[in-house]
Every structure is written in C-alpha cells, then in structure tokens.
Design a protein around this ligand. Structure first.
Ligand code: 5AD
Ligand code: SF4
Length: 491
C-alpha cells in the first residue's frame, strides 16, 4: 500500500539536500509525495534554528495540525533537522501530538522510526550527542552523514544538484547555533564526493553546488595525501556532463590563493563566491569572534578581484548584534558601499540560547532600530546591485537554463487548478505552445529571465541582455543569422 508523505523544508541548501535524501529513502519504503498535509499519512517539517522566527513558524504550523491529529491519530507528525537537535524534548512539551523528533545526524533512521510508531511504539526522539557530551570522536560519530540516496524530483531542477562535501562547523561565531545543531566539522572522503557527482552526471545533472557551512575549510587527509577544495574542483571538473561547479558558503580566512587560482583555472567553475562578512566594524567582528578584521576582509576581496576580475561576490550581514552602535552600523554601510557585492543577505540579530553571545552579551539594540538598519543596508545594497546589473545591458551572457520562471510556473499551476509549485522537471510542459518564460543563471550566478522553449531547459545558451533591475537580468536568446549580419559568438 502506498502511503502519503508531505514534507516542508525551511532554511539553507543543506536542508534542501537533507529533504531530498529523506524523500528518496521514504519513497523506497512505499511513500509518495503529496502537496498538502491534510492528504498525508506522514507530515515532516525539516527545520532551521538559525533565527528564532524560523522555529516559531514551525510551532505555528504544528499548531495548525493539532485538530487533524485529533481527528486522525494515525497521522504521523515529525520535526526533523536543526530544530529537532536544538529543542529535543521541548518539541514534545510544546506540541505533545508530535510523534517524531529527529536531528540532522539521524535522518537515515526515519523509515524505521516511522514503522515503529505506526506499530504502536509511541513517540520517538533521536538526536546526536551535545558538543560536550563525549569525546570528540564519539560526538563526530553521532552526527552521521547521509548522502548516497538521491531523488531527482526534490532537486531545484533535473539539471542541478547539491553535493555535501563536509558537515558541521568548528568556528563557533558567538551568535551562531550551527556548531551546536550540526556538530563538529567533518570533511567527506574525496572518492565519495567524486563518485556521487559522477552518478549525478550520468543522470543528466549539469550543475553541481558543493555544500559546507565553511565549504572552503574542506580538507581530507588520507595518509600523507591531503585533498583541499581546490584539488576537489580540479577532480570534479573532469567528469563529463558536468558543465558548472559552484560552492557555498565560504569563510573569509579560508579563502586561500590555491582556491582562487582553481576558480580562475577550472573552466567549469562559476565565478561566484559567497563570503559572508557579517559586520563592517572591528569591535563587532571581535564580539562575533569571526577571527578577522575589516582590513583583512578587504584584503581578501582585493585578492579575489585581482585573481578573478569578473567574480561576483555575495555576503551576509547581521544588523543589531549586541552592542552595535550607530557608528558600528555606519561602518557596515560604508563597507557595503565600497565592496560592491552582487547582493547581500541581511539579517536582524536573533539571540539563540546556547550560544556564547546569548550568554555574554545583552541583546540591547531595540527591534525598531534593527529593522531600520536592516532596511537602510538593504536599500544601499539594492542600489549597488541595480547599478552593477546595468553594466550587463547589451552584453551577451552564457546561461544555464534552469526551467520555467516563477511567472510561467504560476500560470501553469493556475491552468491545472493547482496552487502548489511543483518540484523541478520539465516533463509537464510538453503541452505548452509558443514561447515560455524561462529562467537561467550566468556563470557569475546572475538570474536571467527570457522567452524560450521547454527544449532549452538544461542547455547552456547565449542570451543578450536588454533590461535589468536589482535582482534580475532580462534577455533574448541570441539567434545566428546567415549572411552579412552574422553574429559571431565567443563561446
Ligand atoms: N541572528 C541573525 N542572523 C544570524 N545568522 C546566523 N546566526 C544568526 C543569528 N543568531 C546569519 C549569518 C549567517 C547566515 C546564514 O545567517 O549572517 O551567515
Ligand atoms: Fe555559524 Fe560562524 Fe559556523 Fe558560519 S562559520 S555556520 S556563522 S559558526
């Protein structure tokens, strides 16, 4: 009998990948995906703990399921991922009708745990050891990696996949919950990573994004051989079928020259680097324990620009961190002004229990000040993104076509009487006649929207940019004309 699974995922790409693996596993165990919790026998929330807001939203979503569970006690409800590791038993206290709480290191146990619950085994809690709960090797082992299973339908598109190269984080930035919920930093063996990428390529995948909380700290020692991220990029670039390689998220201090040289030299590597800075004030960086200064961050940016002149760099910033003065904030504004990031993700500081900042410092910036600083910084960044995107007008860019644009998908869902966006895949577009609005990305990770044809999904195409706003370039596929006006393309 097929049973029905509904899964909701919040948070980072790591969570998207985890959900893909959980779905693959459950499909093999007789589940099929549905797009509403009402229709599901098993409802899973794959959660994020980076900010309080993300956790509170999950409790609200759980609250909305309370009556459904009362009506149908057979429905199994699970909280998995970071918030499961962070809150553990508290999830059962706040939502007693939850059946299953599973941390990121135990996801492979879900099918068995669900079977146990269905057989009357009661509530199940499976989480990893606390960071101080044993010897490092025991703690490491309790965060098991879970990578071999894949499920195409859960990917951003058929042609794009995430591959985890490391788990955990050892940086312990004072505001951040990740080292607690994702455990110690551990790099995966390169052979495993290459084999996984090869398999994805065989399935038609064209772009691979390597994932790690501090992806550029990747280091795998085997005897006297050490593999770094730069080595991995060279190895992965040899896989036929893979056209693009990206990696996120980088830590500023680990942006070594060998890595920048690899990004420049490995033809398949996107010229795109996500290197969060967090603040433009040295006092704040110190309190955050980021272990670099504004000057050294600036020097790193300079090295990126010298080595890869057309690189697009993006950053994260936290506004309203403990003790942030107006002067500190203005230093962040000045850094964003001078750095010309492609874009920045800006967050209001959210105190997290169990972090050093929460223990040591008062959350003393009022929320309205955080909000104002957030908006001010965002306006500066958006203006810069707008200005930089204008430089693309009239230029031909090469894009990897990812699929229908948001607008095309909405229209299609509307035509089907279905409000849920579907996960990837171009299978359902066969009936579309005439141009379809498609979306793709440049080598420097800029989003391009253009009118195309479903056949172009998964291809790398030249597109001329005719308009641009802060977030999107608008283009037209370059068509070759025979005769005097023949366009010469440098591919
Ligand atoms: N409050 C607000 N933002 C945070 N981030 C991490 N922890 C917090 C927190 N407690 C942000 C950082 C990080 C991004 C993923 O989330 O900017 O780079
Ligand atoms: Fe969190 Fe810092 Fe680790 Fe990033 S590097 S995951 S911000 S502790």
């Amino acid at each position: 009998m097929t049973r029905k699974l509904y899964i909701e995922t919040v948070g980072c790409q790591m969570n998207m990948l985890d959900s893909e693996l959980v779905v693959a596993d459950l499909r093999r165990n007789g589940y099929e995906l549905v797009d509403a919790p009402a229709a599901a026998d098993l409802v899973l929330f794959n959660t994020c703990s980076v900010r309080a807001h993300a956790e509170e939203k999950i409790y609200s979503a759980l609250g909305r399921l309370k009556n459904a569970k009362k009506r149908n006690p057979e429905k199994i409800i699970g909280v998995i991922g970071c918030m499961a590791q962070n809150h553990q038993k508290t999830v059962f206290t706040r939502a007693p009708y939850v059946d299953l709480v599973v941390g990121p290191g135990q996801l492979h146990q879900i099918p068995q745990l669900v079977r146990d619950i269905a057989a009357g085994g009661g509530q199940k809690l499976e989480v990893s050891l606390d960071r101080t709960g044993g010897a490092r090797s025991d703690v490491e082992r309790s965060f098991e990696s879970y990578d071999p299973l894949r499920d195409e339908a859960m990917r951003p598109s058929r042609y794009q996949a995430f591959v985890r190269i490391m788990i955990g984080c050892d940086k312990f930035c004072t505001y951040c919950i990740v080292p607690k919920v994702r455990g110690p930093e551990q790099s995966r063996p390169p052979e495993q990573i290459v084999a996984e990428a090869r398999k994805l390529a065989d399935e038609g995948c064209r772009e691979i994004t390597l994932l790690g909380q501090t992806v550029n700290s990747y280091k795998y020692k085997d005897g006297d051989r050490t593999t770094r991220l730069s080595d991995l990029l060279h190895q992965l670039s040899e896989i036929d079928g893979i056209a693009r390689l990206k990696f996120v998220t980088s830590f500023p201090n680990d942006m070594t020259q060998d890595l920048l040289d690899a990004v420049r030299d490995v033809k398949k590597c996107s010229h795109y680097l996500h290197v969060p800075c967090q603040s433009g004030s040295n006092e704040q960086l110190k309190r955050m324990k980021r272990n670099y200064t504004v000057e050294s961050y600036r020097e790193m940016l300079q090295r990126i620009r010298t080595t890869i002149p057309d690189a697009a760099v993006t950053s994260d910033f936290i506004v309203g961190f403990c003790g942030e003065t107006e002067e500190d904030f203005q230093k962040t504004v000045a850094l964003v002004e001078e750095s010309r990031f492609k874009n920045s993700f800006i967050f209001k500081y959210s105190p997290r229990e169990g972090t050093k900042a929460d223990e040591l410092y008062a959350d003393d910036v009022p929320d309205d000040v955080k909000r104002r600083r957030n908006n001010e910084l965002l306006a500066v960044q958006n203006r810069i993104s707008y200005e930089d995107n204008q430089a693309f007008l009239g230029r031909v860019v090469e894009i990897l076509v990812e699929g229908p644009s948001e607008r095309a998908r909405r229209q299609e869902d509307h035509a089907h009487g279905d409000d849920q966006p579907e996960a990837g895949g171009e299978q359902s577009h066969d009936h579309v006649h005439g141009p379809l609005q498609l979306v793709g990305r440049t080598n420097c990770d800029r989003i391009v929207v253009f009118d195309g044809n479903p056949r172009q999904i998964g291809q790398i195409l030249p597109v001329t940019v005719y308009d641009a706003n802060s977030f999107t370039l608008f283009g037209e596929v370059v068509t070759e004309h025979v005769g005097p006006q023949m366009v010469s393309l440098s591919l």
